[in-house]
Design a protein around this ligand. Structure first.
Ligand SMILES: Cc1cc2nc3c(=O)[nH]c(=O)nc-3n(C[C@H](O)[C@H](O)[C@H](O)COP(=O)(O)OP(=O)(O)OC[C@H]3O[C@@H](n4cnc5c(N)ncnc54)[C@H](O)[C@@H]3O)c2cc1C
Length: 387
């Protein structure tokens, strides 16, 4: 077993870290305050090659693994989790197309996603159902002659309403209304398609600089060539797509946890209390030590899960452990960093307070902590039922 990164991985990590600390971190607070999606920064990230890392070279990708993508996402999230999430959702969506899409879909849609010129979305959640996918109601009707019609509503979708939004892949029920077992099909819906509209941006607790909206489908007609994967095979494809998103979200929380630790250490050294630095007080030292331990263990489970994906292992336990542990760690460590900062930590312009707001959704989205715990329990051999 070797825990060292290769020289190429270290070089990639340092390149993204240098860019993220110089260009993204100084703007993160202002982006959060103004709730604006920074197209310029996103496209610069694209020019740096961040979004291209795990894609095949024929679509402009670097042909590297999910592991290298995790290294890069961690560094972007260390500077601004909100921007890292926009990038990782587009990458996870693009990977779903790369893995299950048709040659035409890949040729048409991937190059701009891979280069970061454009951004895309993956839409499962609905107003009345999130974890319980069987509750989704958006309907796909086969009109015959190779034409389908989508009608329904999606909720909380990331990236669909920016100036560079390109397409969304949307899950819809494709089995007959009276079928016992609901079947789903996934459709690639280009921005601007008639019958597909995006609602107003939500006002959110965190992730304010990325774009989250409801989507509306009103007899949105699409050719058969818009189907990603097979008719009635959509839930499985989406599930696979969400696996990458879960891993990337773990990396987002990991980067944010590292940033929280960085800020706490710096403040503990600089702040004076009781005749010396805060950092010489043993209870503060214990807090810093626990934060460092939590960050390190989150990194270990996240890297192991990413390595497993690249090694072709179908290790659901490792993926769920990474998602559960890294995202919970993000919130715990951000909260501890606020404690180290005292009253200043509660102020809006103190980074750890933003970190806590940003990370709050990470234990809910892409399979909540409760859902991950159930999946782990099932892998442990317990009889887990969702209904
Ligand atoms: C900012 C933001 C961005 C998002 N981006 C996207 C996106 O791009 N695409 C997308 O498809 N979705 C997106 N989502 C939706 C997100 O994935 C869902 O919110 C999440 O899956 C939870 O679904 P829900 O909100 O319907 O909660 P519910 O499923 O209604 O869950 C409510 C609570 O019950 C718990 N719970 C549910 N089932 C069980 C169970 N069996 N046992 C125990 N506890 C349970 C959950 O853990 C949760 O705490 C986003 C959400 C937000 C807020």
């Amino acid at each position: 077993m070797n825990f060292d990164l290769s020289p190429d991985q270290i070089a990639l990590q340092e390149r993204v870290r240098t860019f993220a600390q110089a260009e993204i971190a100084p703007r993160a607070e202002e982006l959060d305050r103004n709730a604006e999606f920074p197209v310029d920064l996103y496209q610069k990230l694209g020019e740096l090659g961040v979004m291209s890392i795990p894609f095949p070279e024929e679509y402009g990708g670097m042909g590297l693994g999910v592991f290298e993508a995790v290294l890069a996402i961690e560094e972007v999230a260390r500077a601004d989790q909100s921007l890292a999430v926009a990038a990782m959702v587009s990458m996870a969506t693009g990977l779903t197309v790369a893995r299950f899409g048709t040659d035409e879909q890949k040729r048409t849609w991937l190059p701009d996603i891979v280069s970061g010129k454009k951004i895309c979305s993956i839409a499962g959640t609905e107003p009345d159902a999130g974890s319980d996918t069987a509750g989704f109601k958006t309907r796909a009707t086969d009109l015959g002659n190779g034409l389908w019609s989508l009608s329904g509503e999606k909720a909380f979708i990331t990236n669909p309403g920016t100036d560079i939004s390109s397409f969304a892949i949307i899950l819809a029920v494709s089995s007959p209304r009276d079928a016992q077992d609901k079947k789903f099909t996934l459709f690639l819906v280009p921005h601007g398609t008639s019958g597909y509209t995006q609602g107003e941006k939500y006002r959110k607790m965190g992730w304010r600089s990325n774009d989250t909206r409801p989507l509306y489908l009103d007899d949105c007609q699409l050719p058969e060539s818009a189907i990603v994967g097979k008719v009635n095979g959509g839930r499985w494809v989406l599930h696979k797509g969400y696996q990458a998103a879960r891993l990337f979200l773990s990396a987002c929380s990991l980067g944010l946890a590292q940033a929280s630790l960085d800020h706490a250490i710096a403040y503990a050294k600089e702040r004076q209390a009781f005749g010396g630095s805060l950092g010489r007080l043993q209870l503060i030292q214990e807090m810093i030590a626990k934060m460092a331990l939590k960050v390190d263990s989150a990194r270990l489970v996240t890297y192991r899960a990413a390595w497993g994906v690249d090694a072709g292992k179908d290790d659901l336990m490792a993926l769920s452990m990474a998602k559960l542990h890294a995202t919970e760690t993000g919130s715990e460590v951000a909260n501890m960093a606020i404690q180290v900062h005292g009253g200043w930590g509660y102020m809006d312009d103190c980074p750890p307070s933003r970190y806590l707001r940003d990370n709050r959704i990470c234990t809910i989205g892409d399979g909540s902590s409760q859902i991950q715990a159930l999946l782990i329990a099932r892998e442990c051999g317990l009889d887990v039922t969702f209904r």
